[in-house]
Design a protein around this ligand. Structure first.
Ligand code: ZN
Length: 367
């Protein structure tokens, strides 16, 4: 039952199922919403519903069509899965897509093409896609997913039927982590609180030996509170191996869902192992996310709130709060956010961390 694979997006699923029931398929859809909320999974479910002959419009999840969709092997399904480490969907991928949707279907029912994280298309690629949308081949459905739909040209957006995906409640994310990943209740709760409504993000955090990293960073934050950032420097230096140990952990939000289903002609081009630099970048970003949650808890403790992201570190957060005060904790969070921004902009991770360590020590009043 492919639609049932999508968690917590009832309005979107109800709408898409009704489209099939009424036989009113549009030529193009834009699945828009935050990363890791099931857009890519929904595009796969759509394709299964489209191709399944056992339960048309629903997808039985078991027939040859459904399993070929799930494994990315359906001959009439194209997925523009560009190399996730690339910032742009290259023209070659769009060339292949254009060619695929203009060929007549191999099995007669029509074609589905999926462009995940479509805001990565550059202007040339977007224009190529626009041409296909302006003169859509018969019985072809294009699905774009995007967490930043405003990054797509208006001309493209206006030709797509928008389907909204919302952030998931923390309780739903925690339940998925427990049921699908067999995670303990406490860890699932902490991860869900940090994941900000995104299952993909929670899975990514879980993949990066999250618990060990979080413990090491808490130690480092306590070191900083004593005016010593050597512990922090050591922890950050070890981040790369922590991340590479979390097999399949992807830096980009949504990568967890992206990798799940479907490989079309566009795949296979970028399967290469992540470079050392890329691993350091991922490790740095994960560390920033954890650090922000630790200082955020210190700020909450300083403000007298007991709603913490890391409730198991309650006493330690209170101790940091007593040293930093609310202003100091907020200042520390800002330093971490800025470091995160710099890493995303491809600044050298070691350099960013060194500067961050100095700033955090200074936020504690040390010079
Ligand atoms: Zn089926």
């Amino acid at each position: 039952m492919p639609w049932a694979d999508i968690v917590g997006q009832e309005p979107a699923v109800a709408y898409l199922r009704s489209v099939f029931r009424r036989g009113r398929l549009a030529h193009g859809y834009l699945f828009a919403g935050p990363a890791g909320t099931g857009k890519r999974t929904a595009a796969g479910a759509f394709a299964a519903a489209f191709f399944c002959r056992v339960l048309p419009g629903e997808g039985c999840g078991a027939c040859r069509d459904c399993s070929r969709v799930a494994s990315g092997q359906h001959p009439d399904l194209f997925v523009a899965d560009a190399d996730p480490s690339e910032r742009e969907i290259r023209k070659a991928v769009l060339d292949a897509l254009t060619e695929a949707v203009h060929r007549s279907p191999l099995e007669g029912r029509g074609r589905v093409a999926i462009v995940p994280v479509a805001e990565r298309m550059n202007e040339t690629s977007a224009n190529m896609l626009l041409k296909t949308l302006e003169e859509p081949p018969p019985a072809t459905v294009l699905i774009l997913t995007s967490e930043a739909p405003e990054g797509l040209p208006e001309t493209v957006r206006s030709r797509l039927q928008r389907v909204r995906f919302g952030r998931l409640p923390a309780g739903t994310v925690a339940r998925v982590l427990r049921e699908k990943l067999g995670m303990g209740a406490k860890e699932a709760e902490t991860l869900a609180a940090m994941a900000d409504g995104s299952i993909g993000r929670a899975i990514r955090l879980a993949g990066g030996r999250f618990t060990e990293m979080r413990g090491a960073l808490m130690d480092a934050v306590e070191g900083i509170a004593r005016g010593d950032f050597r512990e922090f420097a050591r922890t950050m230096a070890g981040m790369e191996s922590e991340v590479s140990a979390g097999a399949g952990a992807e830096e980009e939000d949504g990568a967890a869902e992206r990798g799940e289903a479907g490989a079309g002609a566009g795949a296979g081009e970028g399967e290469g192992k992540a470079t050392k630099t890329e691993l350091r970048r991922r490790g740095g970003l994960l560390a920033m996310e954890i650090l922000r949650s630790l200082y955020r808890d210190a700020a909450a403790a300083a403000a007298g709130s007991d709603r913490l992201i890391n409730p198991d570190f309650r006493e330690r957060a209170a101790d940091i709060a007593s040293r930093l005060g609310l202003d100091g904790a907020l200042e520390a969070m800002e330093h971490v956010s800025f470091a995160d921004f710099c890493i995303r902009r491809n600044c050298h991770v070691d350099l960013v961390c060194r500067v961050l360590g100095e700033r955090l020590v200074r936020a504690h009043g040390y010079r």
